[in-house]
Structures are given as C-alpha cells and as structure tokens.
Design a protein around this ligand. Structure first.
Ligand SMILES: [Zn+2]
Length: 423
C-alpha cells in the first residue's frame, strides 16, 4: 500500500514545514522528494491540515476503561486497595479485551499510535492490539514473593504469552513487576534474571506515593529506586512509571543506569501523589516519556491532555515560563516515548521511520491562526482535532471514522461488562 500525503504542514525534526510525505511498505519512504515510479494507492490532501508523529502513551492500563469514573476523589491507598483491586478480580479475559479495545479507540481518536500497557489477563491486550492495528509494547503485571506459587504462575503466564505472540509486526513485550511494594526482593531478582535472559525491557511503577516511600524504607531501609536497583531491575531497559517522590540520589541512579522514566502528570495530581521532579530528571539527562496511566486514575487516555498539563505544571511549580517548552513536551510525547519503549523506528517524521502518523484538522477555531503549530499542539489542541491516524502505513482512522474497529459494538460490550460487575 502506497500513501501520499500531499503538501501538508508537517512537524519535522527540524521544525514545521510544508512537505509531501511518501509512504510505502509501512514506512515513510521520502519527505518531499517523489520516489521514482511512486504511484499512490491513496492520496490525502494536506490543505488546512497538520501532520505530527503519532503520540506515544508510555504508561497505561487500557483494559481499565471499564473503571472510568467509578472511584474518584479518593486517597491513593483507598482507591487502589479498597476499590480497584477487588473489582479487578471480577474481570474475565473477554472483559479485558473489550476494555482494551475501548482504550485503543480513545487513543487512536486522539492521535496516539503506540502505547505501553500493563494488565492482569494475558492474551486479551495482544488480541485487541492485533485486531485494531495499533502498535503496543505489552506486559502482564506481576506481583508476588519468592517461592509463592501465584507469583510463579503469573510469571509463567507472561512468558507463555510472549512466546505465543512472538514475531507479530506491531507487538513487542516487556516484563512488568508491578511495584516494589507488591513484589518481594527475591521475586524482583527472578524477574530481573528472566528479563536479562530474554533481552526484555522492564515495566514497573516506582515511587508513586509518599506511603510507598515509607513502606519500602520501613521494610528494607532504602528508597524504592535503590531497592529495585539492588535487585537488578534498574537498567537501560527499564521503563519506570510515576517517579513522583525521587530524591537527588534516586535521580543520579536513574541517570547512571540509563533507565527511562514515564511521567503521568494527571494521574499523579488526581490521586494527590504530587508532581514529579521532571526538570531535575531532564537536567540529569534522563530519558523522560509521557503516559496517561489508566482511565481509572486520569480519567482519560487522551495524551493531548497530559501534554498540556506537562508543559504547564512545571512552569507553574518552578516559577519558570521556559520550563518544559511546547517543543520539549512534544519530544517527550513522541521521540522519548519511542526510546523508552524500544521502538527506535518510530516517533519522527523522517525517511526510513515507520509511518505512524496523525493528521490534525487546523480549520478549528481553537487552532487558528496557525502562528506556531507546535505551541498549538501543546497549548490549544484538545486532541479531538485529530481526524486521520496511520500506523505502520495502514490507515486505522479516516476523517474520524474507525476502519478496523466496530466502535458501537465495543461501547455496547463495555457497558455490558459494567452492568455485570457493578451489579
Ligand atoms: Zn500504572
């Protein structure tokens, strides 16, 4: 399939320019120079449109759309242990499949072309990703202790899932020890050994709340970051979500190990966990990516909202209007996300990169006049301006219509799940 996106204002690595984009075999073949014998199967008119690299949601739990607006305005521990975890026990694999598809619809609708996911039932997320055509780096959440049969079973399930789906074009896997407070040190070391053996990335929640810092200090006499480092889980293949409560030593450890951090500004605010020290992280040279976290704690998977918060929040708390500029924010939401997820072939509009792209309608009152398109993305857009989304050279949404997903059916199925689990 060859696609031509003609004369579109494109956010290129060097800045926005009007260019024609030639796509073939899933990749951007050329930016502006027409390849010899290029005959497009499909042409998209770029007039009045903006082309951005697809956004990368580097931390979510897509199946949790079924919990959207179910447990709000609660302290973190009450929210997680009293409300969310008991309900999770009532979810079947099929429930998770429909919930994940709804999450994927929401992400595509707002220009996300790849995401990192952590979940409770295996094989549902890969099915939903495969059926929809989006790109994802997936991981079954692991919790347990050394010698604990349930923990061993979870790890075995995760490894079986990885083997079953190996070689899929749009899917790769990580191992996901849930958090330092749900995996004991022996279990952490076991997961670290398996990740090293298989060359897999590690997806983990770290230093999300003050209560976590206290718990880990009481149990082990160190910070959560020091603990996972001791147990071999802090490496250049680690993707650590949240990292709200980091001290300077934690930040140095991240920088030394080359691990990536995913900041989740809205989820951290909503659960009253605080604001991550993103400026210090960036200053230390850490690769910082952006994630929504789940629809139970955000309550949206629209990365435009988090991009907006990311760029505003750190200006406000640091009294520094230059902090996390629109450009830096967009890089965090694209290139840095790609690096964090090990998706080196995406995140930029450049020849040779995967054609993972979002077309934005600029003919909206909130997007006019177009003085600075990058500022418009960070400060003026809602995400609803996204009208066409391409992943790996395949059009998944065109003029706001899903081409691979039956949206009505998905919403209907998710509502059935909710009716059942909420009684
Ligand atoms: Zn999370």
């Amino acid at each position: 399939m060859k696609i031509l996106i003609e004369n579109i204002l494109a956010v290129l690595p060097g800045g926005p320019k009007v260019r024609s984009i030639y796509i073939s075999d899933g990749k951007i073949e050329s930016v502006d120079t027409r390849p010899a014998d290029f005959v497009p199967d499909k042409t998209i008119n770029g007039s009045g449109r903006l082309l951005i690299p697809g956004l990368i949601n580097a931390h979510t739990h897509a199946y949790m759309t079924v919990f959207r607006n179910y447990a709000d305005d609660l302290p973190f521990n009450d929210w997680l242990f009293d409300k969310i975890m008991p309900l999770e026990d009532s979810l079947t694999p099929d429930d998770c499949y429909w919930g994940t598809l709804l999450g994927i619809m929401e992400m595509l609708r707002s220009g996300t072309t790849a995401f990192a996911d952590m979940y409770i039932h295996t094989n549902c997320a890969p099915r939903a990703v495969s059926d929809s055509g989006i790109r994802a780096v997936l991981s079954r959440g692991l919790s347990g202790g050394e010698g604990d049969p349930a923990g061993a079973r979870r790890l075995r399930d995760a490894l079986d899932e990885i083997e079953a789906w190996s070689g899929h074009d749009n899917i790769t896997f990580m191992l996901a020890p849930h958090a330092p407070y749900t995996c004991d040190p022996g279990y952490q070391r076991e997961i670290a050994r398996e990740a090293a053996r298989l060359g897999l990335r590690v997806n983990i929640h770290v230093s999300e709340s003050l209560a976590e810092i206290e718990t880990i200090r009481e149990r082990y006499g160190c910070s959560p970051v020091e603990l996972i480092d001791r147990n071999g889980l802090l490496t250049d293949k680690t993707l650590a979500a949240h990292c709200v409560q980091l001290d300077d030593r934690d930040i140095s450890l991240f920088a030394e190990r080359g691990a990536s951090i995913v900041t989740n500004p809205i989820s951290n605010l909503k659960l009253a966990n605080g604001v991550a020290p993103v400026l210090k992280m960036l200053g230390a040279g850490i690769n910082v990516a952006l994630g929504t976290d789940s629809a139970a704690s955000n309550n949206s998977l629209n990365l435009f909202r988090d991009l907006n918060y990311l760029t505003l929040l750190h200006k406000g708390i640091n009294h520094d209007a230059e902090a996390v500029s629109a450009r830096t924010g967009l890089e965090i939401a694209t290139v840095n996300g790609a690096r964090a997820l090990g998706l080196s072939g995406t995140g930029k509009i450049e020849a040779g990169m995967a054609a993972d792209l979002a077309v934005i309608d600029l003919d909206r009152p909130n997007m006019q006049p177009v003085n600075d398109p990058v500022a418009a993305i960070a400060y003026s857009a809602f995400g609803s301006e996204v009208e066409t989304v391409i992943v790996g050279g395949r059009v998944l949404m065109e003029k706001c219509e899903f081409l691979t997903i039956d949206g009505e059916k998905v919403i209907d199925e998710v509502n059935k799940v909710c009716k059942r689990i909420y009684g």
